[in-house]
Write a protein that binds this ligand. Structure first.
Ligand SMILES: [Zn+2]
Length: 366
């Protein structure tokens, strides 16, 4: 039986789960609240990989009072031994009367098994309330755990006429300082950032997360560089303490250059195949194997075009600033021939927009 209080306790659990955003990945963001006689007797969220799960923390806090209580958890309790023991067994031992699970865990080794196990132990289980919140909060986890590749967001700063830079390649700065600050906030939510080598050669960016909310956050920086043109003096290589730098290249790239970059602390991964650019689907698979669940692709235009045309992108995040740049050769996020008919164009779904000063932030899903 569902009552209105269930929604508010689950909302609380989601509020806790959100605190893990950008930190717990590649694990899901999960929160839990335990209630007995209208009083919250335990709460928790899964903070980082390797640390206790949300239910385990909440049960620990509740102690013996958990017997006969109601447990609210945003995601189905796990049934497997990972770096921590299965939560479902801890829940059964604590013997709550009722468990309210917002969403089933899409992880095939957990899916439905957690709920089934709880029911088999005689616990009253309710599933599905506010499940759509989990679909948004854990969008990266859901793709990563079911398909083994990261959830990909494309990000670009555009002028009002859709240019990412002028015809000379100048792009500093199209968006306002406030918008750029917001983009750093967004960066921190991801496991990794990826750019093409052209962006490094042109702008020499550090690609770090510079925002007070993300102090101590390490983010993996990925560069697609088929001919290993990454300079050993590139600024990004001075920031290895803030996150690893991975360079994807081709098998035939210079061995000497590769050794020089590795000496600087870069990890170089060679992908087989003759075609240029580097096979992006292969890169996605390799990133998935390394536990990268969410990826922010920041350009340049050629890489963004590849990600769109090869259907590797899940989400688009654009900042649009009130400037007109013009120029037939000024880059846009989708290059190439383009579609012939409007009905063949890429149409985004679930679009939302909001202003930051004079800029507009637009996001949507492919
Ligand atoms: Zn668990």
């Amino acid at each position: 039986m569902i009552n209105t209080k269930d929604s508010s306790y689950l909302e609380m659990a989601y509020g806790l789960a959100e605190k893990a955003k950008g930190w717990a990945s590649p694990n899901p963001y999960v929160g839990a609240v335990i209630v007995r006689g209208g009083t919250i007797i335990g709460h928790g969220f899964h903070e980082r990989p390797g640390q206790p799960h949300a239910e385990a923390i909440a049960l620990e806090r509740a102690g013996r009072l958990a017997r006969g209580s109601s447990l609210y958890v945003t995601l189905e309790p796990c049934v497997h031994w990972g770096r921590t023991p299965p939560c479902v067994e801890a829940v059964i031992r604590a013997a709550p009367k009722r468990v309210v699970v917002s969403s089933l865990d899409p992880n095939p080794i957990v899916f439905q098994k957690g709920v089934r196990r709880l029911r088999a132990a005689g616990i009253d289980v309710t599933v599905g309330l506010l499940g759509e919140r989990n679909s948004v909060l854990n969008e990266s986890y859901i793709k990563y755990i079911t398909r083994g590749v990261p959830f990909v967001t494309l990000k670009a700063a555009l002028s009002l006429d859709g240019r990412m830079a002028t015809r000379t390649g100048d792009s500093r700065w199209i968006s306002s300082p406030e918008t750029r600050d917001y983009v750093h906030l967004l960066r921190g939510e991801h496991d990794a950032i990826m750019v093409g080598i052209g962006t490094i050669l042109k702008d020499d960016p550090r690609l770090t997360v510079r925002h007070p909310q993300w102090t101590g956050k390490k983010i993996v920086r990925i560069i697609l560089d088929s001919a290993l043109r990454l300079p050993v003096q590139a600024r990004i290589l001075t920031t290895l303490a803030e996150g690893q730098v991975l360079v994807f290249t081709m098998n035939r790239a210079s061995y000497r250059k590769r050794a020089a970059l590795e000496k600087r602390g870069v990890e170089v991964i060679a992908i087989s195949g003759q075609s240029r650019p580097i096979e992006a689907p292969e890169v996605m698979a390799r990133l998935g194997e390394r536990g990268i669940a969410s990826l922010l692709v920041e350009g340049g235009s050629r890489l963004l075009t590849t990600m769109i045309e090869e259907k590797l992108a899940d989400k688009l995040f654009l900042t649009v600033s009130p400037r007109l740049i013009g120029g037939e050769t000024a880059p846009s996020i989708l290059e190439g021939e383009g579609v012939r008919l409007v009905r063949r164009s890429w149409r985004l779904r679930k679009v939302s927009a909001f202003p930051i000063g004079d800029d507009i932030i637009i996001q949507g899903y492919f």
